[in-house]
Ligand binder design. Structure first.
Ligand code: FE2
Ligand code: ZN
Length: 476
């Protein structure tokens, strides 16, 4: 077989390859063999030789191939090796597209096929010695990969056992990697040129639309039934789509509220404890612990990553007032972006400090008011809290007019009565609010009012949503 390679190399066929947008035509030596990798692997498997002999054979063959490849590379560093339809270039191979299933997968470099970088391929080997399939963790040190690595052999063959094409690669040290075509073209594993947006699961609302939608509470008993996730799914779907959900029929105790929260995920401990409850007694240095009205705000803006969900349960209220306010922050952001793009951009790009200070505690965060997804640039979290905003020591005095105007334009949207949804919580109904998206507040009240609740970390509640198949792996 190797003689065939050498003779073919001597022929030095010249081919052209569409490469890059400029469609440069590059002449290269082509090393072609009639031996696909599958042939190499099965030959090896069928030979009745001892394990040692096989190793020796493999080593000899590897050395011969290395020499051939190296000779070809010395002659022309842009040597292209093809095995059937695969094209092996200096630092990547190009895998042909097999079916029309690559809807998401564009061709960012204008090449015909799917570009696969060699280091990426070696780094993503999913064999049992490189990857632990129970822990879903990589088992080897990426830094051990030679950054100039290139396969000794590669082929794409159809494997009826998995009913898929499989890319077989043999690396210079003899290590073999196999990837199914489906795995390689799944945008969960590879950047597909565009990133799926999570917006599709969200319905933005104002006061009128949310009243029409009239989200129904799920029943406590069904929700708590661990043998059936349907009610939990409904609650989570409401949180994902509208930013909040309700559970009705909970006992009015802190313990039962905790159980309701824990049906979704573990509770996030914080300076307020595992579960918190507040009455108007100023136990903490926070306006929440008074009977004053609270304008729409996001909680825990002083954390580097704010609490994901806030759980509220009104345990008792003997007086008047104390209605709960909800505002869809992403709706406000959409309007701000449409009408005042500069203000939206300024609040995305400008980091400011929020803080929580009381004796023994000094928590600070530095981040922008509008957090955007690093790839899609769509809003991912809003951090709007006038109460907790610290001294503005990150903005030049010259830029203050810009900050205050942008902040005012955003506040105008948040405080627009058309966006304010007021609801009267009742004992027994537990409210789950996506604190990264919705703002909450309350009207002033009289009498004794006691609310308990807790925080759920974004990581933990979205984990449950992924586990239940409600969001894709692209939802963060
Ligand atoms: Fe709050
Ligand atoms: Zn491996």
């Amino acid at each position: 077989m190797m003689q065939k390679v050498e003779s073919l190399m001597k022929l030095a066929s010249i081919r052209t390859l569409a490469f890059g947008r400029a469609q440069r035509t590059i002449s290269r030596y082509i090393c072609a063999t009639n031996e696909g990798t599958s042939g190499t692997l099965s030959d090896l498997g069928s030979r009745k030789k001892t394990f040692l002999q096989k190793q020796v054979d493999q080593q000899a063959r590897k050395q011969h191939k290395d020499a051939t490849m190296n000779e070809a590379c010395r002659r022309n560093p842009l040597t292209t090796v093809t095995h059937k339809q695969l094209v092996l270039n200096s630092d990547h191979l190009i895998m042909p597209t097999i079916t029309g299933t690559l809807d998401d997968l564009n061709d960012p470099h204008g090449q015909s096929g799917i570009v696969l970088n060699y280091v990426w391929l070696r780094d993503h080997c999913r064999c049992d010695s490189c990857y632990h399939h129970t822990t879903s963790q990589r088992l080897f040190e990426t830094n051990a990969i030679d950054l100039d690595i290139r396969p000794n052999n590669a082929a794409l063959t159809f494997d009826p056992d998995v009913n898929d094409h499989v890319l077989h690669i043999t690396w210079p040290d003899g290590h073999q990697s196999q990837f199914t075509y489906s795995w390689l073209t799944d945008s969960k594993n590879i950047f597909a040129g565009k990133y799926p947006k999570s917006k599709s699961v969200q319905t933005l609302w104002d006061a009128n639309t949310i009243k029409e939608i009239d989200i129904k509470a799920v029943e406590y008993e069904k929700y708590m039934d661990k043998s059936n996730d349907e009610s939990l799914k409904v609650l989570l779907e409401n949180v994902l789509r509208y930013g909040y959900g309700l559970v009705h029929g909970c006992q009015t105790s802190i313990d039962d509220t905790a159980k309701t929260a824990e049906r979704l995920c573990i509770i996030q401990n914080s300076l307020f404890g595992h579960m918190w409850s507040f009455t108007n007694d100023l136990e903490h240095s926070d306006t929440a612990y008074t009977n004053l009205a609270l304008g729409a705000h996001n909680d825990t803006c002083y954390f580097l990553k704010g609490a994901g969900i806030q759980v509220f349960h009104l345990l008792e209220h003997t007086g008047a007032g104390g209605e709960t306010l909800l505002v869809d922050g992403f709706k406000a952001l959409e309007t701000l972006r449409r009408n005042h793009k500069w203000a939206y951009d300024f609040l995305v790009e400008t980091s400011i400090v929020h803080e929580y200070v009381e004796p023994g505690i000094d928590i600070k965060s530095l981040d922008s008011i509008i957090n955007v997804h690093p790839i899609t640039k769509e809003p991912i979290a809003l951090r709007f809290n006038t109460y907790d905003r610290a001294s503005l020591n990150t903005i030049d005095q010259e830029d203050m007019p810009k900050f205050y105007e942008a902040n005012k334009l955003l506040a105008n949207e948040i405080q627009n009565p058309q966006n304010e949804f007021w609801l009267k919580l009742k004992p027994g109904t537990v409210l789950f609010v996506d604190n990264w998206r919705l703002l909450h507040g309350r009207s002033a009240f009289t009498g004794r009012r006691c609310v308990c609740g807790c925080y759920l970390a974004r990581d933990d509640w979205t984990s449950k949503a992924r586990e239940l198949g409600l969001v894709s792996s692209f939802h963060f």
